[in-house]
Design a protein around this ligand. Structure first.
Ligand SMILES: Nc1ncnc2c1ncn2[C@@H]1O[C@H](COP(=O)(O)OP(=O)(O)OP(=O)(O)O)[C@@H](O)[C@H]1O
Length: 230
């Protein structure tokens, strides 16, 4: 059974149609790059997959036990009081239990190490760099050991080395644990090193395919999108 299945999916806000007649199946362990110019509906599609956006038509089925979602970068002010480790632990919010189990502490430590944040674990997140903050968001999601990880432009402010390390680690986890990955990105320069499939939003359509068959136009569109972000 696919993790995500879209059948004749359409997304619209009132009169504004983002796309229609989208059909795709995403299977466990697939690593998808989600491409498209600004405003084509990538985040809106992700929000529909997360159950946060019901303004769609057609069928959308999601069979995931635990989703790790790293939203588009949100600012964290200098006076934000939590340490990097405390921030990475925020997903373990059980309401009635405020302490962490040994297995949860171990998962947090592992995620911090995977994102090269172990040395910064006790630093205040508010005083960390933009790239370190961004990696802390991914560590928080990975600490939950999700079966579906969604990265919304999570590599946008990282230097190549940290972006590459993060994506390679995510890919390893994807292969080892059959974790499915949806990675929204405008940087198409190294797509094939990580992703094996793509979804390309353009002309009010969603095109799906193998990354090796990515149309050149999809890569150039994505790069144009990046220009708007700078
Ligand atoms: N809740 C909403 N209500 C109405 N319109 C919305 C809503 N959310 C997004 N939109 C509009 O839908 C369009 C698609 O937005 P969305 O954020 O999904 O695009 P995107 O492909 O993720 O863009 P970007 O690459 O800039 O992040 C935009 O025109 C946006 O203004």
């Amino acid at each position: 059974m696919p993790v995500i299945q879209a059948k004749n999916l359409g997304l619209h806000y009132g009169e504004q149609k983002l796309f229609e007649h989208a059909n795709f199946e995403i299977n466990a362990g697939d690593f998808y790059a989600i491409l498209g110019e600004n405003g084509t509906g990538k985040t809106s599609l992700i929000r529909a997959i997360l159950g946060q956006n019901h303004q769609y038509s057609g069928g959308l089925q999601v069979a995931s036990e635990k989703v790790g979602y790293v939203p588009q970068f949100r600012s964290i002010s200098r006076d934000y009081p939590l340490s990097v480790r405390e921030f990475a632990a925020l997903g373990f919010n059980h309401g009635w239990r405020w302490w962490l189990k040994g297995s949860e502490k171990a998962a947090i430590q592992q995620a911090l190490e995977e994102l090269d944040l172990a040395d910064l674990a006790n630093h205040r997140l508010g005083l960390s760099s933009g790239g370190q903050k961004q990696r802390a968001f991914v560590a928080q999601a990975l600490a939950q050991q999700p079966d579906l990880l969604i990265l919304d432009e999570s590599t946008a402010s990282l230097d190549f080395q940290h972006s590459d390390e993060m994506l390679r680690r995510v890919k390893e986890l994807s292969l080892a644990r059959k974790m499915t990955v949806l990675w929204i990105t405008h940087d198409t320069s190294h797509l094939k090193d990580y992703a094996n499939h793509y979804l390309w939003l353009h002309n009010q359509k969603v095109e799906a395919g193998l990354i090796d068959a990515l149309p050149a136009q999809a890569a150039s569109h994505a790069i144009e999108g990046e220009v708007h972000h700078v």
